[in-house]
Design a protein. Structure first.
Length: 433
């Protein structure tokens, strides 16, 4: 769903506006700096259009001065939004902080609707007019408190909001979760698919809320249906003609894009190849959850097994975080362990860490293990927020550039602390003077 973010200084009425959009009557959250809320995005609907509403009010934590806090909050919101509602207090008029946010918004190129809030009566509409000076076009006069004008501003927001999100995931919502079974030729994909499908083929129409794509198959594992996407390429064995590799890799990519989790099948009877690694990397680059399955385990004797375990540990050093299942598509051995691995990986992929918890964790971690001093300077981490999930993406604000080793350290500790098993995570660092 497209994402609409509400951005603005504290006390301009963002939360009141959010509550109005959501049609909530209950407790308006106090819009004061320092108040942190865990929930930042809400499913919303206006005039039949569904979208995700992001409330940035919860990010007003105490970092060096309000100016910076508002700018950071706006920056993150803009990163993850498809359009922005920029709320300004018309009774105050444009402030320096507002101007600063405007620069950020302009740079983003995202559509912006300028909300002149606290225009409680027609008499105050002249106040709204002063906001033309921000250079964001027409200010929309609104009284978030009384509802005046809020319908019009939402109509406008819907008008500028793209149909599909360029930032949120494009996966259909609801219904069974989507798996791509991938791997180089002959690792046993079609054997595994057949084994899993077995007699458990599900009648598609029985599952509500699913969009049928003829190349996807619904397969029930331990009583839960899963979409195995783009299986046509697996079932239809293509002749090795020139370009076959290219098409195989295109198909792999398409399958991964369509899925939430990729199972990369590897043939354990032969050494791992660069092609295997490439498929694993494709899943990671696409930002999907990852499970690695070592097939043909039935070919192994005890000695070879012990040896192989060590080999595998070395091969997979970069993706130690991915759940691994050793199985045999031929005998069916351990194929039942896939479900658990898939669920673990997806749970990590879905994770959202509340801003408060994240910062408490990072605060302790960086106090105990500060960044090394470099050239007389020592960058400090000020604040972090999880910008989105699926996969988890974090934005860390720091006083200077964080070196690669330290970033990896943070990533590894985040993985341990929040059990990110089977999902890539992204950490981007913004430098603040
Ligand atoms: P795909 O190209 O990845 O779909 O691979 P296939 O499913 O066609 O399997 C390639 C070959 O490996 C076939 O000869 C299979 O019979 C064999 N194979 C697949 N899985 C296993 C397994 O678990 N054990 C053994 N021994 N052979 C397997």
């Amino acid at each position: 769903l497209p994402v609409l973010a509400v951005v603005g200084r504290p006390n301009v009425g963002k939360s009141t506006l959010v509550n109005r959009v959501l049609g909530r009557r209950e407790a308006v959250v106090q819009d004061t700096p320092g108040v942190t809320r865990d929930r930042v995005s809400y499913p919303a609907e206006w005039a039949g259009r569904r979208f995700t509403l992001v409330d940035t009010g919860g990010w007003e934590v105490d970092v060096a001065g309000m100016h910076a806090a508002v700018a950071q909050q706006a920056e993150v919101a803009v990163d993850l939004a498809d359009a922005v509602l920029f709320v300004v207090d018309a009774t105050v008029g444009p402030t320096d902080t507002d101007e600063q946010v405007v620069r950020l918004l302009r740079r983003s190129g995202k559509p912006v609707v300028l909300v002149a809030n606290k225009v409680d009566s027609p008499m105050q509409e002249a106040d709204a007019a002063t906001l033309w000076s921000l250079g964001l076009g027409e200010p929309w006069p609104v009284s978030a408190l009384h509802g005046r004008g809020s319908g019009d501003v939402l109509d406008e927001a819907i008008r500028v909001l793209p149909e599909t999100s360029s930032v949120a995931d494009r996966m259909p919502e609801g219904g069974p979760r989507r798996v791509a079974l991938v791997g180089r030729p002959n690792v046993g994909k079609s054997s595994l698919l057949n084994k899993l499908a077995g007699s458990e083929r599900v009648v598609v129409d029985e599952v509500a809320g699913t969009t049928r794509d003829p190349v996807d198959e619904l397969i029930e594992l331990d009583g839960t249906p899963w979409w195995f996407v783009d299986t046509a390429g697996i079932r239809r064995r293509v002749h090795q003609t020139s370009g076959a590799d290219y098409y195989a890799s295109l198909r792999t990519r398409a399958a991964i894009e369509k899925a939430e989790v990729g199972v990369v099948l590897v043939d354990s009877s032969v050494p791992m190849t660069e092609q295997d690694t490439r498929v694993i990397q494709q899943v990671i680059d696409a930002g999907r959850a990852l499970v690695i399955a070592y097939n043909k385990w039935d070919l192994m004797d005890e000695d070879r097994r012990a040896y192989l375990e060590r080999e595998i540990d070395l091969d997979l050093v970069q993706v130690r975080w991915a759940p691994r299942v050793n199985l045999s598509a031929r005998t069916g051995w351990h194929t039942n362990r896939l479900t658990n691995a898939l669920e673990t990986a997806l749970a990590s992929w879905d994770t959202r860490i509340p801003t408060g918890r994240l910062n408490a964790f990072l605060g302790e971690l960086t106090a105990a293990h500060p960044h090394p001093v470099r050239g007389g300077r020592q960058p400090r981490i000020l604040f972090a927020t999880q910008a989105s999930n699926r996969p988890p993406r974090f934005v860390v604000f720091a006083t200077g550039f964080l070196e690669a080793g330290y970033r990896r350290f943070i990533e590894n500790r985040l993985r341990e602390a929040f059990e990110f098993t089977g999902t890539p995570i992204e950490i981007s660092v913004r430098v603040r003077e």
